[in-house]
Every structure is written in C-alpha cells, then in structure tokens.
Write a protein that binds this ligand. Sequence first.
Ligand code: G3I
Length: 374
Amino acid sequence: MTMQRREVLNWACGACVGAVGLARAQDGLGLNDAALGSGRRFGFAIDPGYANKEPVKSLLRQHAGVITAENAMKWRNIENVAGVSDYTRADWVADTAERLGAALRGHTLAWHQSTPAYLSTATREVFAVAQTAHLQAMTARYRGRIHTWDVLNEVIDGDQKNKSGLRESVLSELWGEDRYPELFELARASDTRAKLAYNDYGMEQNEPWCERRRTAVLRMLEQWIKRKTPVDVMGLQAHLDVSRKFSATRLSRFFDELRALGLGIQITELDVRDALQPGTVSDRDAATAALYKDFMDTCMGHAAVEMIVMWNVTDEESWVNRGVQAPRRPDGQPMRPTLFDMQGQPKAAFAAVAGSLRQAAVPFDLKNTNTKHV
Ligand code: G3I
C-alpha cells in the first residue's frame, strides 16, 4: 500500500471512530457536566470569528462551563489605534459565556505580546499611564462578570542569562519587573470579586527547561506573596507536546509547591501538539490521548486544580494549525491538538479527557488557598 493511500484510509478510519464518539457524546455526556462531579469546570478559549459557526457552536453548548477570550480581550485587539478602544469582540465573548451559562476568564491584562505597537517606543511614564488606564478600563467594564482575570502573562524566562529568571520585554522595560505586583493590586482595587491569576507556559512536562521555569516561577511567586500581592491563582497554560517527557509525580509535586504558597491552580490553555509524532493518524491520536489521560489524571488527583480550559475547540480552528508562526509537521499534515477533529468529531483524546473528568480521584477544594474572599 502506498504511503498516501494508507494515510487516506487512516483519516477515514479516524472519522468512523469519531462518528461513534459523537453519538456517545450526544447521549448526554457533556465535559463540563463531568467536571462538575468533582466541583470543577471545563471549557474552551474562543473568538468571535469561529465560535458562532458549526460545529463549534454546538460543541460549546454541549461541553462548555467556562469560556476564555482567545484574543478579543487582549490590549492590542481592544486598542489598536492610540486612544480608540473597540470592545465589540470582547463584549461578544462575554455575552456568549453568559448565554452558555459559563464562567468567563479574562485574558489578559498585561502581556508583552499584546501591548499595542504604538506604545513600543513610549517613555516609561507614558507606558505606565496607558497600562494602568487599560487595566482599569477592562476590569471596570467586565466587573461582576469575570470569574478569573489573567492579570499578567508569560514573564518567566528560565533560560535567559538574566539571574532573575524573568523575561526581558517591552513590559519589563517600560513597566518594570519590580512593579509586576502593582498590576495585581490595581486589578484587586478595581474588581474585588474576580480571582487574579498569573498565567504562563512550559511548566507541565518533565524536561530540564521546564524544571528551570518551575524554579523561576516559584521564586517569583514566593517574593510576591511575601509582599502580600493579591494573586490567587497560578494559570498553567499546558500547551503539551507528545515528544516531551511527562512525569505525574513531578507535576503533582509542583501542584503541591503552588498550593503551599496558598495558590489555586487553573489549567488555562490545554492542547497537545504532535508535530514530531510518527505513524498513522490513529497512532498519533493514541499517543496524544495517552498524554491527555496522564495529564488529566494528575490534575483530577489534586485538590487545588479548579478548572480545565482547552485552547480552542476543534483542530480546524486551533491556533496550532492557524498561526503563521506555528510549527508544521514534516509530512505537511495539520496537527491534531484538540479533542475534536477538523469536522468537530470527538477523537480518542475526547474519551481520555471525559474518562478522567468522570473518575476524578480528588475533588476540587479551596482549603489552604488564599482565595477565601472570592
Ligand atoms: O485576524 C487576523 C487576520 O485578519 C489577519 O489576516 C492575520 C494575518 O496574520 O492575522 C489575524 O490575527 C492573528 C490572530 O491570532 C487571529 O488568528 C494574529 O496575527 C496573531 O498574532 C494572533 O495570534 C494569537 C496569539 O496568541 C498572539 O496574540 C493566537 O490566535 C492565540 O491563540 C495566541 O494565544 C496565546 C495566549 O494568548 C497566551 N499563551 C499562548 C497562546 C498561544 O500562542
């Protein structure tokens, strides 16, 4: 059999398995319903461009208990032109979450990649005024509707020569690393009910560079907490990769370390890349599902883990297959990072995640975290 024919058959076969899975899903298993069994929530990041179209629209109705704005609430998307703010898309995401009866995660108040381009050459004084005004405008506009704000995103850089373990960026330069806690203080002053999260990637798997990032983030959070920064939650993005090692023991210990600081944990951007995974589509899906299961079982075994949010709903609109900067598979095939394939059919990963959610070993429990006020 030629390679091409085998691949076509594998794709077709994958679709058959998917159709069976969809039937099962339509029998009533909603992923958020499954998560609620252990006091948690399950949901997805969405943007207006695709969330109102099928199959995403129906999948959200069936499975979403929490919604994150993938891009619509980012500063650059709100205020592309100096002084002109457009909240249309952000409002649409907030309204969609409400229509679905889902909690809303705000993403993200400060991030070097979403700082408007017009500010990249600003003075520190001008930048500080603009960042403060943006944060206050967003927290005021969505006050009462936000479950958790990602206040600050991705400031760790465990590999930089910089001893602090923090990233050098427009934000460190113009706002200042030492002033990151102020962002949380401003957010808490403006919205006393939303949980406040620090959100970052590359801390979930068992590679030396992940270890360096874990060490750096714990050091940063410890310092913040010593100075009474109102940070409630560590957001672990969990952009996983089948080609990287995973250790349930190590991840669970990291969860313990975060909880010992009084933090809750949210999994904020889950997906699994398979850029380097060889084999047929079903081989790839099996490897991906196995990692989903190991990761999810670890999360469902820890009382501090409150919610799981997928980054996108189907493989079709996943950022991994969309972005120009996204790594491609050597065979030119798109990756299969989400729970649903290009047609919105559930894959092996869906069954793995559903099983973990249903069989959660330990319920979510706020005890011993700093978030009692929420
Ligand atoms: O919508 C425009 C389109 O009109 C234009 O033709 C096209 C040309 O490049 O760009 C489109 O916008 C892109 C947008 O995604 C929508 O696809 C932007 O260029 C692109 O920069 C943007 O990328 C987003 C990225 O964050 C940067 O903001 C991704 O969608 C989004 O998934 C990604 O999400 C991040 C989280 O916020 C933080 N953690 C990592 C995660 C993945 O990178």
